[in-house]
Design a protein around this ligand. Structure first.
Ligand code: AP5
Length: 216
């Protein structure tokens, strides 16, 4: 299966992508993680991307499209993939379609996780992530709390807040979603490729709704 996950920041795309990866055995590609790796590498591209990322704005299409197309060409993606956070603009969506067409492939479906803005703010302001780059586990102070406050259940490292989970950056990310990414859903809807899934409820409940929506 070749899937994309659409939805506002904090909709649960990353959480659901990990559950689906385990269930379907497909490759999970998070463009947010790719951008954070690029920033950590401190290359010229990483320094440029950081300016956009820290403000909660989308990085330029040319940067992210190149990263994703290179990643999709890796042999492991032949089993199927799930793109989490890409495409976010119609330019990116068209670039993905072209790349798949040139490989004589097509997208199976786009899953749109629907979550209201006030829930997004609750989820992102309470999110905590493991500070160990090798682990990166994801928690929420209220909904998915660690057993020991401030420590990762899996590796014991300190938990931290993501740089773009500050109130001003959350607001800009929501604006970017409503202004730019919402039109991507319309792009896929025009060709009957969108499955809307309500993102409220527990992570397991949402997972079951996604499986039903994609017929898996
Ligand atoms: P990215 O990392 O993709 O961030 P995002 O889309 O803003 O999404 P998040 O990772 O914040 O949320 P999520 O939907 O994955 O939710 P999660 O599962 O973590 O992108 C970051 C930045 O990178 C962008 O702003 C941009 O600068 C750049 N970028 C990335 N891709 C780009 C692109 N294609 N083009 C241009 N720029 C790009 O869940 C959130 C919280 O809620 C967690 O704490 C979790 O535990 C909790 N939670 C999850 N599910 C539930 C549930 N069902 N109930 C209660 N709590 C839940």
């Amino acid at each position: 299966m070749r899937l994309v996950f659409l939805g506002p920041p904090g909709a649960g795309k990353g959480t659901q992508a990990k559950l689906l990866r385990e269930r379907l055995g497909i490759v999970h590609i998070s463009t947010g993680d790719m951008i954070r790796d690029t920033i950590a590498s401190q290359t010229p591209t990483g320094r440029k991307a950081k300016q956009f990322y820290d403000r909660g704005e989308l990085v330029p299409d040319a940067v992210i499209v190149e990263l994703v197309i290179e990643r999709l060409a890796q042999p492991d993606c032949s089993v199927g993939f799930l793109l989490d956070g890409f495409p976010r603009t119609n330019i990116q969506a068209a670039a993905l379609d072209r790349a798949l067409e040139s490989a004589k492939l097509s997208l199976s479906v786009a899953v749109l996780l629907v979550v209201p803005d006030d829930e997004v703010v609750r989820r992102l302001s309470g999110r905590r992530i493991c500070s160990s780059p090798q682990c990166g586990a994801n928690y929420h102070v209220e909904f998915v709390p660690p057993k020991l406050s401030g420590k990762c259940d899996l590796c014991g490292s300190d938990l931290k807040q993501r740089d773009d989970d500050r109130p001003d950056a959350i607001r800009r990310r929501l604006e970017a979603f409503h202004q730019q990414t919402a039109e991507v859903a319309a792009y896929y809807r025009a060709t009957g490729r969108v499955r809307d899934v309500a993102g409220l409820g527990s992570a397991d409940e949402v997972h079951r709704k996604i499986l039903a929506a994609i017929g898996a």
